[in-house]
Design a protein around this ligand. Sequence first.
Ligand code: SAM
Length: 481
Amino acid sequence: MTPVPGHEAIDEMHAVTVARLLVEPTPETTRVYYAKLLEAQNHSGVVVRYIDSSIGKGVFATKNYDVDELVLKEHMLVGAQHSQNKADAFVCSFCFRFIGSIELQIGRRLLSAENEGRELSVEGKEGYLGPTSSCCHDSKAAKCLEKDGEYIRGLSSDAAEALLNSSLRLPFTELFTFSPVISCMGGCEDEFYCSEVCAKAAWDSHHSLLCTGPGSLCKDKDSLVKFIDHANESNDIFLVAAKVVSSTLLKALKLKQAEFSSHLPTTYSAEDSTRELLQAWQPFSMGFKRLWWNSVALPPDLGPNDEVDFRNQLKELASQSLKLLKGAIFHAEYAALFSLQVYGHIIGMFELNNLDLVVASPVEDYFIYIDELPMVQKMEAETITRPLLDALGDDYNTPCQGTAFFPIQSCLNHSCLPNMKAFKRDEDTDGQAVLLATRQIQVGEELTISYIDEDASWEERKAMLEDYGFLCDCQKCAEKS
Ligand SMILES: C[S@@+](CC[C@H](N)C(=O)[O-])C[C@H]1O[C@@H](n2cnc3c(N)ncnc32)[C@H](O)[C@@H]1O
């Protein structure tokens, strides 16, 4: 009979597994991991290499690049749209491509502004929607359009509703093709997708445990809903951290299932579970991490005497969030994954890596298209589109914004004189990271980006980089320019 370990032994095993999850990979493990990853992604132009113990690893060019040439394009491992951005940009929750139609994008935005009681920005009172157009097929909306002297403020809810239910069609939107809106497999109303493929990929990789719908596989939906509310009210980085936990857990469970289906092991020990967990965790083990509450820079309005309180508050916030997440998806066999140390390092990884997820809005292209039409067509189209544009206000073209973890991009070090920039070209319509050369790059050069506004003054740059915990020693900083 196998002896059952006592409490102390279990605690010790737990602490050892946590330490193994958080140990920094050796230079050789790093080299091998990224070489395989780059090969699998067909990226022959770059290599990831350990530099030294102070800077860690970095990315280097293995060929010459011209100005504006694409150096790197890659998919994220996990990512999430910012909660407050969801009303402004309706995107696939897996690949972050805009979905539905121009009408749906504009309608959702008008409706959310109205629900929030936001005053839609109407220039003066000139927001008359204009005469009935052949583009308007809905009698209710048409009535709104027909009425002399009707203003967008009074009309927005009808217009938004008509845009949402496709009864109000805008001119020329048929030229802007979108993927359809696919519902979540678990039936929640928080996540939508551009295809069945994305819906299934999200479900399999993380969403099955984080879904609030009737088909969810989480253990306690109340706890999950409380976890999501807590994140939305405090810091939505917790939602991305939950995806890391969920995807690691699901992968570990799949590894176990595969092991059991290939042959029935005669013994199955805690060490077997740890091996599965470490294997599932490997992509995140590579990410640069520090404990979140210890590494965040002290806000400028706080003095040294406030530091302990500030750090304790962050730790408490993470602890509350983790408690709710554990209530929803805890799995005793992989308990180390749910330790506060691991959770704190995952959050720290997102804070330190500055990996913004950005996808440009096609609504901007639409309004540009209308603006560039021949005069007669433009005037006719604008009788419909101008009041909408006015109602949407300055932020009519808000992009999809969020946080993501990209395996190679997260290895790029900072320079205030970078040789690359993240830039979305017209063809880059999803959440992949795209990095272009900003000048000629020679083979062997380290590839760098700027984490901050590199045009800010030296003092400002120094202060901004404190958040990342290092002092830049590029030529510009050496000259304090
Ligand atoms: C996104 S990671 C970059 C990859 C990192 N070197 C690694 O080993 O994974 C960001 C961290 O790298 C380090 N780093 C980045 N640029 C640096 C620089 N110019 N000088 C010193 N450290 C830098 C800092 O510790 C920073 O918090």
